[in-house]
Every structure is written in C-alpha cells, then in structure tokens.
Design a protein around this ligand. Structure first.
Ligand code: DGI
Ligand code: FE
Ligand code: FE
Length: 197
C-alpha cells in the first residue's frame, strides 16, 4: 500500500462528523468491492473512497476561506448550491491536507457528486459507491441499482443520474449542475444503444 491509511483515517476523524466518517468507510469498502469486479487497483479505490467527502464538513465560511487559499473558483452551479462545493474543493483539501498526488484519485473526488460524460473507471467506482454504500437507504430503486452496479456499471450510472435528476427536478429550489445533466445524457445514450433504439 502506497498510502498511509491509518494516518488518513486519523485526520478524517477530525475533519468529518461521526455520520460522515461512517459513510466514508462504507464508500471505501464498497469501492474496493467494485474495484475487484472491474479489475481496478484496490488501494487506490479504497483511498479515493475514504477521501471523496474530505471537504464535506467544513462550515460555508471555512469553505470560502479554503477556496480563496487554494485559488479555487466556484462555478455558477456551486455558487447557487453550496452543497456542491465539497467535491471540487475536496481535490485541493486531498492534495494539501492528505498529501494525495494521484490524478485518478483526485478526479474521482472532483466528479463524485455530479458525474460527467465518459467517466474514468475510478470516477465511476466512486460515483456509484457513494450512492449504494450500505448506510444509504432513502433513494428509490436501491436494490436494483446495487445489483446493477456489479453487472453493468454504465447502466448503473444511467439509473443513478436519472433518479438524481428526477429528485432534483421535484424539489424546485435545487439548481441542476450542467454536469449532472451531461452525465445523464451520456449514459442514457449508452443505455439506448443496448436497448437497440
Ligand atoms: O456528499 P454526499 O451526501 O455523500 O453525496 P453527494 O456528494 O453525491 O451529494 C449528494 C447530493 O447532491 C444529493 O442530494 C443530490 C445532490 N446533487 C447531485 N447533483 C446535483 C445535486 N444537487 C444539485 N443542487 N444540483 C446537482 O446538479
Ligand atoms: Fe459528496
Ligand atoms: Fe459521499
């Protein structure tokens, strides 16, 4: 293992609240299972899972200070919806506080909330693991989505982005990030190709 996991966990326990730390371990373990299935590096999947929400528990004012410190410019979507900031800001926190240099891990952190078109294997693993880890229970279709994660990860991403868009469209306050829609459109096309449409 190239990563000092016990050191990472020690810091995460300070940076995250209890529930978020538990979620983080669920995502890391689920990511390893998916990495086994899709023949990806298990250690990288575990570390990306551990760190995907590393910027989630800061107060908004702290997030703004960190964005300033790292020179991270917020997108329109992040300005309208601060809940999205932790993904992009997490890249800088992972580099600075957790000494992560691996671009695959950093991009998996960056894209774990919205997804985007044509994701890398690790981006897909973390995007899916975040949604299906054992502590999740509120979303619709979880049983089928969990099963599909291990049979066809692109189809699983289609289902997750479809359900996320539906959920966001129902709550008329949420601004939809263009990348959330881009992910849906891309994985819908793959879904339709399989259906022979
Ligand atoms: O950080 P987590 O709670 O573990 O999970 P996450 O990073 O996927 O964030 C989950 C929330 O993000 C979920 O309630 C759906 C929401 N989300 C995903 N895409 C968008 C979005 N929210 C807005 N406003 N716009 C989006 O495009
Ligand atoms: Fe998150
Ligand atoms: Fe998460």
């Amino acid at each position: 293992m190239n990563y000092d996991v016990s050191e990472i966990k020690k810091k995460l326990k300070k940076d995250l609240d209890k529930a978020r730390y538990k979620h983080t371990k669920g995502v890391a373990n689920t990511a390893v299972s998916l990495a086994m299935r899709y023949e990806y590096d298990l250690d990288k999947a575990y570390v990306a899972g551990l760190l995907h929400d590393c910027a989630k528990c800061f107060e908004l004012s702290e997030m703004e200070e960190l964005c300033e410190k790292y020179g991270y410019e917020l997108s329109e979507a992040e300005k309208k919806n601060p809940a999205l900031i932790h993904a992009g800001l997490g890249v800088y926190v992972a580099m600075d506080r957790y000494d992560i240099k691996d671009n695959d891990i950093l991009s998996a952190i960056k894209w774990h909330t919205t997804g985007h078109a044509d994701m890398t294997v690790l981006e897909k693993i973390i995007f899916v693991a975040d949604y299906i880890e054992p502590g999740r229970y509120k979303q619709d279709n979880l049983q089928l989505i969990r099963k599909t994660a291990f049979t066809d990860i692109d189809e699983c991403i289609f289902m997750i982005s479809r359900d996320t868009l539906n959920y966001l469209e129902k709550s008329d306050t949420a601004f939809i990030d263009p990348y959330t829609r881009q992910a849906y459109d891309y994985y819908l096309t793959i879904h339709n190709q399989k259906e022979g449409m």
